[in-house]
Design a protein around this ligand. Structure first.
Ligand code: C2O
Ligand code: CU
Length: 470
């Protein structure tokens, strides 16, 4: 069995040929014409450049898909042309988007059939690091590589020497080094922690070299695109400063320890490359006991770019349009998360009809919100536009869940009955097992918005609901 995780644990050295990051393919999607994004089969050097290519599904056949880069407030125009043999859509994760463009089949649009097209056009109101991915059969389509980055530029970005992407994914490869298709849809994964991989890539590569210069200040836009695994990156001895989470600016802090990213979460960090010319500084993935080298900074020979770190303060100008929740008179929404292995779920309802756990297992629906399993005709809540909503999530399952709200950013205001102040704006929040988390947001974006676990096997197996803002 090919497994970087197991392989490293056995004491083996570095795996995979190190190579420089390829130049990013970027699409200037902000122009007047529609740029085509075509999901289709392709081959990617995921397992290492010295290994056979891995058959994937990617936008333009590549993993990650083309980088889309626009200015804040600019119109994005993308024509989805479905080159797959199954229906698909594109969701623009984290964008406070016009509801009709949100890409949720059955809720905001019909799925796009093979060979057919759909035009997405929207304005990205907030600067930051976002991503796009398929929102149809995500447990398969995203697992096979259907995602890419969407960067919305600030008017006045912080001054750095260079910007890098750090797109981390957790693949499950089989003995031939190909995507382990047999495990797709496995009910054990669906009812436990999701489909965990055995092969880590950064920017679609195994343990890539990231060429830098001594004294250089870089901005790294990080994301975890894994189906289910929460990743954690340790940059020691470098000291990254976190400047944004899920696209939204935060008051910068210096990372102490590893940076944890649940599936779909992003972080922007600023790193001053503090090292000698010729040095190599590894970045470790430390979410398991078998730490794994994710990538390495390779400091170029030759004179440093500067002797001391730049003095300019690193602050992102805020995205001004996020409204502050008013907790007085807020709409309170309760959400009990149940089910899964060791979750003790005995029955659940779908559109008012009760099913026993045996019947639900047959449907592969094993998780519930408030006793309701999977997508329902009725929303979790209808919220008048402009009202503050407070959702109280109570995780009664034996697993953590990365809860994602479409179309809005929210902030945590309470955790395990203790008030939380000044929490960052997020679009995806990890709720630990047995944890209680209260979040608040102003429901100011009209439409039908999903609220689901971003562990893609969990959403497929029932952890999905929606809110209606009218
Ligand atoms: Cu990134 Cu509904 O998903
Ligand atoms: Cu989950």
């Amino acid at each position: 069995m090919i497994s970087r995780r197991k392989f490293i644990a056995a004491g083996a050295g570095t795996l995979g040929a190190a190579m420089a990051l390829p130049p990013w393919r970027s699409m200037a999607a902000g122009g007047d014409a529609y740029q085509v994004l075509e999901p289709k089969p392709g081959t990617a050097p995921l397992a290492g450049v010295d290994k056979p290519g891995v058959s994937v599904w990617g936008y333009q056949g590549t993993v990650p898909g083309p980088l889309i880069r626009v200015k804040r407030g600019e119109k994005v125009r993308v024509r989805l042309k479905n080159g797959l043999a199954q229906p698909t859509t594109i969701h623009w994760h984290g964008i406070r988007i016009d509801n009709a463009m949100d890409g949720v089949p059955g809720l905001t649009q019909d799925a796009v059939q093979p060979g057919k097209t759909f035009d997405y056009s929207f304005i990205a109101p907030d600067a930051g690091t976002y991503w796009y991915h398929s929102h149809a059969k995500t447990w398969e389509q995203v697992a096979r590589g259907l995602y890419g980055m969407l960067i919305v530029e600030e008017e006045a970005p912080p001054k750095v020497d260079r910007e890098l992407l750090f797109v981390a994914d957790d693949w499950r490869l089989d003995a031939d080094g190909q995507i382990d298709e047999e495990s797709l849809g496995n009910l054990h994964d669906w009812s436990h922690a999701g489909r965990m991989g055995n092969w880590l890539t950064v920017n679609g590569l195994t343990d890539p070299d990231i060429p830098v210069r001594a004294g250089e200040r870089i901005r790294v836009r990080m994301i975890n695109t894994a189906n289910a695994r929460t990743l954690a990156f340790d940059f020691e001895p470098l000291s990254p400063q976190v400047i944004a989470l899920d696209g939204q600016p935060v008051s910068p802090w210096t990372l102490g320890g590893a940076l944890r990213l649940a599936p779909a979460q992003r972080a922007d960090v600023i790193i001053d490359i503090d090292g000698k010319p010729g040095d190599t500084i590894p970045v470790w993935e430390v979410s398991t006991r078998n730490r794994l080298k994710a990538a390495q900074f390779k400091i170029a020979n030759g004179p440093p770019l500067r002797e001391r770190p730049p003095e300019a303060p690193i602050v992102l100008s805020p995205n001004s349009r996020l409204a502050t929740p008013k907790l007085d008179g807020a709409q309170a929404i309760e959400m009990v998360m149940e089910g899964g292995a060791m979750g003790g779920l005995r029955e659940g309802s779908i559109d008012g009809k009760m099913f026993s756990i045996q019947e639900l297992v047959e449907k592969k629906l094993v998780w519930a919100f408030n006793g309701k399993v999977g997508m329902q005709k009725q929303p979790l809540a209808a919220i008048p536009k402009g009202r503050t909503a407070v959702i109280n999530m109570v995780n009664k399952t034996a697993f953590p869940h990365a809860m994602h709200l479409h179309g809005h950013h929210f902030r945590v205001i309470e955790r395990d009955a203790k008030p939380v102040t000044g929490a960052p704006w997020r679009d995806t929040e990890l709720v630990a097992r047995n944890e209680q988390v209260r979040i608040a947001f102003v429901a100011d974006n009209p439409g039908k918005w999903l609220f689901h676990c971003h562990m893609l096997e969990h959403v497929a197996a029932g952890m999905i609901t929606w809110i209606e803002v009218a």
